[in-house]
Design a protein around this ligand. Structure first.
Ligand SMILES: Nc1nc2c(ncn2[C@@H]2O[C@H](COP(=O)(O)OP(=O)(O)OP(=O)(O)O)[C@@H](O)[C@H]2O)c(=O)[nH]1
Ligand SMILES: [Mg+2]
Ligand SMILES: [Zn+2]
Length: 307
C-alpha cells in the first residue's frame, strides 16, 4: 500500500496511508538511492510502499521516484548530507534581521541549494513587530535585494498578524517546507496558520539572542488545503553535489553578467576582464551576494583538500 512519510524519528517512520490512517514503519531492505550519500535514505515527503502488518511490524519496502528534494550538509567538512524534505512544491525560508539575526550567507546558501534542486523559495521576513529603525532599514534593503533578483518576499508577524493571510494564501494547495535558523518563528507561524495544530514553540535565549532548538524532529502537517513541513532550526547550510563552475548558475543576479566575461570558464574570482567583478564594482551586483558566492567556492576548495 502506498503512503506519505510525515515524520521520522531515528529508524521509525510515520507513514500516512491513502486511507488517512498513519502507521509507524521501519525500513526493510537496502535503500541505495542514486548518487545520494545521505544520513536518511527516506525523507519526509517521500512516497513509499508499505507492507502492512498487524503486529506493529509494518515496513517500508520501496520508495517512489522523487520530484525534487532539499539536501544540506550540517557543516562544510561534514561527509554526511541530510535530506530535509522531498517532493515539495515550495520552501518557505523564514528570516529575521534580529532576535536572532539571519546572515545573508545563510540565505544565499539556502537559495542556491533550493534552485539547484528546482524548489521555488518564498522568503518570509518574520517578527516585523519588533524592529527599530536601523533594523527596519536593513530589512527594507534585504527585501529590495531579493525581490529584485526575483524572489517573492512576505513580511510577517505573529504578534500583529501582518502578512499571515498572505502567507496562508501561498500555502493553499501546496506542499510547503518551512526552514530557517532556530528561533526565527517557523513553528509560531505554522501555529498561526492553523491554531489546531499541536506545534511546540520555544524561547529566545536572552544571553545569546538565539533560538533554543525547540523543534527537534521534522513533521508534516495536513492543512485544509495542502501540507506544511515544520523542520528543526539549522545553523549552517553546506552545499552538496554542486560543482564550482555551476555555482554561478544558481546566483541569478551573477549569472546574468557571467556571459559577458572574457573567458567562458571564468569563476569570477580574479580573472581578467570579468564582467561579474566589474558589475560588483559598479554596484550592479550586491557585495553581500558576491561575498556569499566567493565563500561557497572557498568551501569547495577546502572540502576538496580534505577528501
Ligand atoms: N515578537 C515576535 N515574536 C515572535 C514572532 N514569531 C515568533 N516569535 C517568538 O520567537 C520565539 C521562537 O519561536 P519558534 O516558533 O519556536 O521558532 P522556530 O523557528 O520554530 O525555532 P526552532 O524550532 O528552534 O527551529 C518564540 O518565543 C516566539 O514567541 C513574531 O512575529 N514576533
Ligand atoms: Mg520550531
Ligand atoms: Zn567572470
Amino acid at each position: 500500500m502506498q503512503g506519505l512519510v510525515i515524520q521520522n524519528n531515528g529508524n521509525i517512520y510515520l507513514v500516512q496511508l491513502q486511507t488517512g490512517v498513519s502507521v509507524e514503519c521501519r525500513i526493510k531492505g537496502n535503500f541505495r538511492l542514486k548518487g545520494i550519500r545521505s544520513t536518511n535514505p527516506i525523507a519526509i515527503g517521500d512516497n513509499v510502499l508499505v507492507d502492512l502488518q498487524t503486529n506493529g511490524h509494518s515496513f517500508i519496502y520501496d520508495i517512489c521516484d522523487r520530484k525534487n528534494y532539499i539536501v544540506r550538509k550540517s557543516s562544510n567538512l561534514s561527509k554526511h548530507s541530510h535530506i530535509i524534505g522531498a517532493n515539495i512544491d515550495q520552501a518557505i525560508l523564514v528570516v529575521t534581521v534580529n532576535y536572532p539575526e539571519t546572515s545573508t550567507g545563510f540565505i544565499d546558501r539556502f537559495l542556491v541549494s533550493a534552485d539547484a534542486y528546482h524548489v521555488p523559495v518564498i522568503i518570509v521576513f518574520n517578527k516585523v513587530d519588533l524592529y527599530i529603525e536601523n533594523e527596519r532599514n536593513y530589512l527594507d534593503a534585504l527585501k529590495q535585494l531579493y525581490q529584485h533578483i526575483g524572489y517573492r518576499c512576505i513580511e510577517t508577524s505573529v504578534v500583529s498578524m501582518q502578512g499571515i493571510e498572505e502567507l496562508k494564501e501561498c500555502l493553499r494547495g501546496n506542499i510547503s517546507l518551512f526552514s530557517g535558523n532556530s528561533g526565527v518563528g517557523k513553528s509560531s507561524l505554522i501555529h498561526q496558520i492553523d491554531p489546531t495544530l499541536d506545534v511546540k514553540i520555544g524561547l529566545i535565549s536572552e544571553m545569546h539572542n538565539k533560538g533554543m532548538h525547540t523543534t527537534t524532529n521534522s513533521h508534516m502537517y495536513t492543512l485544509s488545503g495542502g501540507y506544511i513541513i515544520d523542520t528543526p532550526g539549522i545553523k549552517g547550510f553546506g552545499i552538496v553535489d554542486i560543482k564550482k563552475h555551476e555555482v554561478a548558475h544558481y546566483f541569478r543576479d551573477i549569472f546574468e553578467y557571467s556571459h559577458q566575461c572574457k573567458y567562458n570558464n571564468c569563476l569570477h574570482q580574479q580573472e581578467p576582464d570579468c564582467a561579474v567583478i566589474k558589475a560588483v564594482g559598479e554596484f550592479r551586483i550586491s557585495q553581500s551576494r558576491y561575498q556569499s558566492y566567493l565563500s561557497i567556492l572557498q568551501d569547495m576548495t577546502e572540502d576538496a583538500k580534505y577528501r
